[in-house]
Design a protein around this ligand. Sequence first.
Ligand code: SF4
Length: 299
Amino acid sequence: MVHFPAEDEGMHYEGYCIRPPSEADSILLQVTLGCSHSRCTFCGTYGDKRFRIKDDKIILSDILWASRHLAQEDRLFLMDGDALIIPQKRLLWILERIREHLPNVKRVGAYANTKSILKKSLEELKELRELNLGILYYGVETGDEAIREKIRKGSTAATAIEAGRKVKEAGILLSVTVLLGIGGVEHSLRHARATGVLLSAMDPDYVGALTVMLIPGTPLYEDYAKGAFQLPDEKGLLRELREMIAHTEMTRGYFFSNHASNYLPIKAKLPSGKQRALDLIDAALRGEVALKPEWLRAL
Ligand code: SF4
C-alpha cells in the first residue's frame, strides 16, 4: 500500500543519522538510507540499514514540512551515506523541489564516494552545481594502495584523485576526510606520507583528519581483538598527523584535525599556516600542549 504522509508528521528520519560537523545548523533532509558501498572495514555508521533511495512522496513531504518550519535556513544537507549515487534525473528533481519550496537555501551538501562521483559526468555535476549542490564530503581515508585494499575502500588512490579533481572542476567545494591510525602502528608513517601525496594531487578545499575509532562488530575491531591490528598511541598519532601535514601541499585550503575523535585540535590554513601547525604538533610531542583526555573523545 502506498503511504501518503500526513501534513503534521514532521520529518521522516529513519535509523541512526549522521551529518558533518559543519552542517550542524543545516536543514537535514534524508533522501537515502545507509551507504551504497557499505564495505569499509572500520565503518559501523549505517550497520542497521540496507541502502535504498527514499520514496519521492516522503522526500517531498519533508521538503514541504521544512518550508513551513525551517524556511529561513540557508543551508541543507542531504543524508544518508552518499546521496550523489541517486540517478541524475531523480536528484535534479529533488534539488529543483528544494529550490522551489526553500528559496533561501543557497547551499546543498551531501556525502559522496568514488563510485558515486565517477558515475556522474562532468556535465552532470555542473548541472547539480547549477541547482545549488555546493559542497561534497568525501571520505578518502588514506592514499596508501595496500591499506585502501585492506580496508575495502573499493577504489584506488588514482581513481580517488580523479574523482576529487572532477568535483572541483565542476565548481563544487570539496571537503575530504582522512583517517589517522588506519595504517596501524606498523604502517603509520607510510600511510601519512601516501595520504599527503594524495591530498597534494587532489588539492581539496578542506581536509578533516579524524582518528579511527574501533567499533565492535566491524572487521577492523575483530582484527584488533585478535591482535592483528594495533592503533598507534597518542604520540604515534601525533607523529602521523605531523608527517601527513608535512607531505601535504595545497594551493589554498584548510586542514582541520578538530573532530571530537582527535587528541589535538588543529585548524591550519594551507599553505600559509603549515609551519605553525607543525610547530604546535612538535610542542605537543614535547608535552608542552595538553591533549584531549580519552573520556572527551567521541565519534
Ligand atoms: S563509504 Fe563511507 S559510509 Fe560507506 S562504508 Fe565506507 S566509510 Fe562507511
